[in-house]
Ligand binder design. Structure first.
Ligand code: BDP
Length: 330
């Protein structure tokens, strides 16, 4: 008799356990993450780490599947998707975000940052709070910043050593008026285009050049079809691990904490990998025969950006003070 009821109890416990397990799976949230970069790229490795950490830290209640290589579409579209909650996560560059989130545009002003550490100091200051709030108001929750180095011009024609060298060149830029204005101020023709289309455009001469950091110049193969890389370092733009506000609001406090920690840890890894990959990519493209030149004095390029700043401040007078504060951050 006792044995029988013990058996029943066991059975009941097993059934209850299965039910709980099943409920656990059914309740688990499944998110999709957008990433434009290829396997092995620092962001890709770090986003994989992010997903792994989120799963571990939430005990499996939240699972993120990364879609690398831009298979979920181009970046401006993906930003919209995450904003409206059709996608949950994006590893975005703040450059193309400026068209819908004006507060993010300050980081896309040419030469606004002295270098990568300065960018991080500014993001940690009041300016960072303004940018984050602007993103939150438009449906994006930025949890951590990834590095993207400095962007420089490259092209298939000649080395750029002074602004007038850009005159007459058609240069691909990311989708943002600030970047077309930037190339225009140098006398060139800025042409917005999806990242995935640039290789073919360079190869067929639809554009003469583009601009990017060492790792993207290398990972895309652009260096095979644009043999001159000139170290103008005109843009230093942060990237984010951004969560859709709709998805974020559906998390418990414990889950939010876990996701935030995971994002910050993944950013630490990304920044280490970034530094390593920048050097490796530079060595790889130089070894392949790319002609690379440094710009001893960038003042001429910086001065040429005055109309870009003037126009920007005219359209966004409320940001004038913020820009001054950013420049003043030591
Ligand atoms: C890379 C950024 C990526 C951009 C790409 C581009 O990491 O987010 O989409 O540049 O130029 O450096 O479009």
């Amino acid at each position: 008799m006792f044995e029988k009821s013990a058996g029943h109890l066991m059975k009941a416990l097993v059934v209850a356990g299965l039910a709980m397990g099943a409920a656990g799976v059914a309740d688990a949230k499944e998110w999709r993450a957008w990433n434009i970069h290829v396997e092995g790229y620092p962001n890709t490795v770090a986003m994989d780490k992010f997903a792994e950490l989120v799963k571990a830290k939430t005990n499996g209640s939240l699972e993120i599947t990364n879609y690398h290589g831009g298979v979920l579409g181009n970046q401006p579209d993906a930003i919209e998707q995450v904003r409206i909650g059709a996608l949950e996560v994006g590893n975005f560059n703040l450059g193309p975000m400026g068209t819908t989130i004006p507060e993010t545009n300050v980081v896309s002003l040419p030469f606004i940052f002295k270098d990568l550490p300065h960018m991080h100091r500014v993001l940690g200051s009041e300016a960072g709070d303004v940018i984050k709030q602007g993103m939150m108001d438009k449906g994006l929750v930025p949890l951590a910043w990834y590095d993207s180095g400095a962007r420089s011009f490259y092209n298939s024609k000649k080395a750029i050593t002074q602004p007038s060298d850009v005159a007459g060149m058609k240069i691909r830029v990311m989708n943002n008026e600030l970047f077309t204005g930037m190339v225009g101020a140098l006398g060139g023709d800025g042409s917005p285009m999806a990242f995935s289309e640039v290789y073919q455009a360079l190869k067929t001469g639809v554009v003469d050049g583009a601009e990017n950091n060492w790792p993207s110049f290398e990972s895309t193969g652009h260096f095979e079809v644009a043999g001159y890389y000139s170290l103008t370092q005109h843009l230093i733009i942060p990237e984010c691990v951004c969560i859709s506000k709709t998805a974020w609001d559906g998390l418990s406090d414990a889950e939010k904490k876990a996701v935030e920690e995971a994002a910050v840890e993944s950013a630490t890894l990304q920044q280490q990998l970034w530094a390593e990959r920048s050097e490796q990519s530079k060595q790889k493209v130089i070894a392949s025969g790319v002609k690379y030149n440094e710009i001893a004095d960038k003042a001429a390029f910086q001065n040429a950006m005055q109309p870009v700043y003037a126009k920007y401040i005219e359209t966004n007078p409320d940001q004038a003070a913020l820009i001054e504060k950013m420049k003043a951050v030591q």
